[in-house]
Design a protein around this ligand. Structure first.
Ligand code: TRP
Ligand code: ZN
Length: 852
């Protein structure tokens, strides 16, 4: 018989739940190997369906007893759950089960981390805690009693009682089981309060282990700012008397929005200037905000089923991006978001794992927490806002909260709200949710008698299961510059709706230079034949900060492509434009640092592939190194003064202004190292009084093949700090020379601190290698083999994290036949593992589905 858990689930097969839940009472008697969970659940037949099959999910549970209205029953139990004969009327269901949190290495359900108990229930982890209808459209208020000798006992909602060895919590807001959480441990809090605009006093606590005391101030500050921002920007106030956040070392993802009790990967909570980088601070701020914002977009309004995941994730990412833009710089934030979108989402969209923002089927939902659902999902909302305007957007959101508060909603509900609020027909727009793949926009232009015409063509390439695509609505933000650099037409949004379409601008004195896709107004690939001169012109004159950066980026891509394909020398137009930009003191240092950053190696591989070449990762690496050295030499006189100018007076502050200066200063240092063999970088490393500078200097040294001594020194200093040591590991595997990357990684896996069952450490070491494009793709195949070996090992312990990392192979069809064969062999070896997880099984079969 086929294993039911390996069968795909289809959006089209949705049926409402047969029974609804009016209330849940849970009692936990915690024990590492024998935790008892008693559940008392008030069920009632769902009036909206005639389906009366009673099924409760449950996995890896020992069922000790079950009763209906107090009468013992014997349910029929399978590996996926249980069925039982139940009344066609309201009834009380009670069970007791036993589970073993200490043996739970998958980190899903109730598990232990560093002596504390914690939970992770999204998406389908609650079924590993007790028997329950574990689906997001079943919502109920929860009462929880925890019995344990540990000092801090937490669950969702408000505390309602506590004594020696017990604590009770009540969450009045009906919620799906995936938002359930429980924590028990020896923890200390960094605390504060927040008074909401509705006058509610909320106690805020960030709980950490005693060794980490003092490192949660920035998280608390970020939380308070997020609460205020959601009131100001969206009119959303918090709705409980307490808000708890707990930092956990062993965690599969970034963080989780459990109602009133967010649980975080400790790397997104803990920070001190000495141990956290500017990037860490930025991530903490962003992820604290993200999880907090879920309280309305995700919790108060949740998803009907997991196909609707982007309903909460795309919207919440969009909200956290708006928040971060307000807190820092909108232009810099947008550039960073687009860099991330291109490197993760475009990569996914261009390979065998491409799927729509709202997928139509899955085998393991954990495999769909992707860049497409999150980041492209956020882009889709950004486009919607661009199309209906900020006021239309605000009106639609107000209606959304009003109409759907307390619901488990769908993308159809979401779009209907926009249609009702703005009167716009969104039937074509809906394709953004259904069609996978990155649309290509090809633009040509003409000028005659004062009229300027843009000809636009759109095409979305076929993706797995979707051979044909239809035209999408693409908001194309355009500005026009006159040849002398003045803006003659300010930003206008053209709505591209057809496969081929033209737009005209009249009354122009001379042929303008177009600035297209300003602010990256749609997640598309823009093709336009342009000269290096025109790009340099835009880099110098564009008033749109994003496009100014983009012009430099495009120049760099062209230069690198020519260096790789034709061994051309770096184009002087590029070097001169870069020099002018780097010197321009009117520009934000953070912006200048971003403009000095070259496109990544994987990006270049994607670029070359899309231009019809077979990318050679070693050639890309060599060309990129050569270009970096050429930039260093060409702008030789600039770096010293820039380095001196960008010091930050005063104590360390993680704010955007100082972070931008440090970034530009480190960029200067990186170039100097190519001219002085790392002398300045060594001094910088020794003088550093914060982790940004310390690790920044160390990576500069590793990039030029130096830094042995500094690595050892760093290890002596930070050997006891888990999060800092993650950086130490990751730096070495991600920056190792291509021919040594696999060996370096293999050696590090022998290090006594390579605690590979910890996801952060595994990602640092093995994930670091997969990020080292030239090293991972070394022609020997050693990188592929090593990664496959470790994925096989991890899959037996933590399928979710192992499956996520299999995306290292998602670009395999880009490469030459030798590399393709080696990658395929590596994947087939993984697939052959005895007891292969459902997570990994689905990933490998999707990966191999292409190019077979
Ligand atoms: N909902 C979480 C977020 O985006 C992410 C999440 C989903 C998650 N599944 C998880 C986190 C499993 C940790 C483990 O904010
Ligand atoms: Zn989220």
């Amino acid at each position: 018989m086929k294993d039911a858990r390996l069968q795909p689930v289809h959006l089209a097969d949705y049926t409402p739940p047969a029974y609804l839940v009016d209330g849940v009472e849970l009692t936990f008697r915690l024990h590492p190997t024998a935790t008892r969970v008693r559940a008392r659940i008030a069920f009632r037949p769902n009036p909206d369906t005639t389906d009366r099959r009673f099924f409760l999910h449950g996995e890896d549970l020992i069922l000790l007893s079950a009763t209906i209205d107090g009468t013992p029953v014997t349910p029929e139990v399978t590996p996926e759950g249980l069925t039982a004969e139940v009344p066609d009327a309201p009834f009380t269901w009670e069970t007791e089960v036993e589970i073993a949190p200490e043996k739970n290495t998958a980190l899903e359900g109730l598990y232990m981390s560093g002596g504390m108990y914690c939970t992770q229930c999204e998406a389908e982890g609650f079924r590993k805690i007790t028997y329950y209808p574990d689906r997001p459209d079943v919502m109920a208020p929860f009462k929880v009693r925890i019995e344990s000798d540990l000092p801090v006992l937490l669950s969702n909602g408000n505390p309602v009682g506590a004594g020696a060895g017990w604590g009770e919590w009540h969450d009045p807001w009906p919620k799906p089981a995936y938002l359930f959480a429980l924590v028990a441990g020896d923890l200390v809090a960094t605390s504060g309060t927040f008074t909401t605009c509705e006058g509610r006093e909320v106690d805020l606590n960030i709980w950490v282990r005693p060794v980490d005391q003092g490192k949660a101030d920035y998280a608390l500050d970020s939380l308070i700012r997020s609460m205020k921002w959601d009131e100001d920007a969206y009119g959303r106030a918090y709705d409980l008397d307490v808000f708890n956040i707990v930092a956990v070392d062993d965690f599969n993802m970034g963080a989780m929005e459990n109602k009133g009790l967010n649980i975080f990967n400790s790397r997104y909570v803990l920070a001190s200037p000495e141990t956290a980088t500017d990037r860490d601070y930025e991530n903490i701020e962003r992820i604290i905000a993200h999880e907090y914002f879920h309280n309305w977009t995700g919790n108060r309004i949740t998803c009907r089923d997991w196909f609707q995941l982007c309903l909460k994730e795309g919207l919440t990412v969009f909200r956290d991006q708006q928040f971060a833009g307000d807190a820092r710089s909108h232009a810099v934030k947008r550039i960073e978001d687009v860099i991330a979108l291109r490197s993760r989402q475009f990569r996914e969209d261009g390979g065998p794992l491409a799927h729509p923002v709202r997928p139509e089927s899955y085998t393991e939902i954990n495999n769909f927490y992707t860049a497409t659902v999150y980041e492209k999902g956020a882009e889709v909302i950004g486009m919607l806002r661009r199309l209906v305007g900020p006021e239309g957007y605000d009106k639609a959101l107000a209606l959304y909260f009003d109409r759907h508060d307390g619901d488990a909603a769908t993308i159809e509900d979401w779009l209907t709200v926009f249609e009702d609020a703005t009167g716009r027909d969104l039937s074509q727009f809906k394709r953004w949710y259904a069609q996978a793949g990155t649309p290509r926009l090809t633009v040509t232009d003409g000028f005659e008698d004062g009229t300027y015409t843009l000809h636009v063509e759109q095409e979305t390439p076929p993706t797995s299961g979707q051979p044909e695509k239809h035209a999408q609505v693409i908001p194309l933000a355009v500005g026009l510059l006159s040849p002398n650099g003045d803006e003659v037409v300010p930003t206008t949004v053209l709505e591209v709706t057809e496969t081929r379409q033209s737009f005209t601008f009249e009354g122009l004195a001379a042929k303008p230079v177009p600035s297209l896709l300003r602010g990256f107004s749609a997640p598309v690939i823009l093709n336009r034949e342009t000269s290096a001169e025109e790009r340099a012109f835009l880099l110098a004159h564009d008033t749109d900060a994003f496009n100014k950066w983009e012009a430099g980026r495009a120049l760099a891509r062209d230069v690198l492509a020519a260096m790789i394909a034709e061994s051309a020398a770096p184009a002087p137009a590029y070097l001169d434009a870069l020099a002018a930009m780097a010197r321009d003191e009117a520009l934000d240092p953070a912006f200048r640092a971003l403009a000095l950053r070259l496109p990544g190696e994987d990006q270049m591989a994607e670029e070359l592939h899309s231009r019809g070449h077979t990318p050679d990762p070693l050639a890309i690496h060599a060309a990129r190194e050569q270009l970096k050295s050429a930039v260093a030499a060409h702008l030789g006189g600039l770096w010293g003064p820039l380095y001196d100018q960008m010091t930050c007076p005063g104590p360390y502050s993680p704010g955007a202004a100082d972070a931008g200066r440090r970034a530009l200063r480190l960029a200067a240092l990186g170039h100097m190292a190519r001219l002085d063999a790392g002398e300045k970088a060594r001094a910088h490393f020794l003088q550093a009084n914060n982790m940004t500078d310390e690790i920044g200097a160390l990576s500069v040294l590793l990039e030029i093949g130096s830094g042995e001594e500094e690595l050892a020194r760093f290890e002596r200093r930070w050997g006891d700090d888990r999060l800092v040591m993650d950086k130490w590991f990751a730096l070495q595997t991600s920056l190792a020379a291509p021919d040594r990357a696999a060996a370096t990684t293999a050696a590090l896996t022998e290090h006594p601190d390579f605690t590979w069952q910890n996801p952060n450490r595994f990602r640092a070491v093995i994930g670091g290698l997969t990020m080292n494009a030239a090293g991972f793709h070394d022609p020997s195949g050693a990188g592929y083999d090593l990664v496959a070996d470790w994925l096989i090992r991890l899959d037996g312990v933590n399928p979710q994290t192992a499956a996520r990392m299999s995306t290292a192979f998602e670009t395999w069809t880009r490469y030459d036949s030798d590399r393709r064969a080696r990658m395929r062999a590596a994947m087939e070896r993984i697939a052959a593992r005895e007891g292969l997880s459902r997570d990994m099984g689905e990933m490998i079969s999707r990966l191999l589905g292409a190019g077979r």
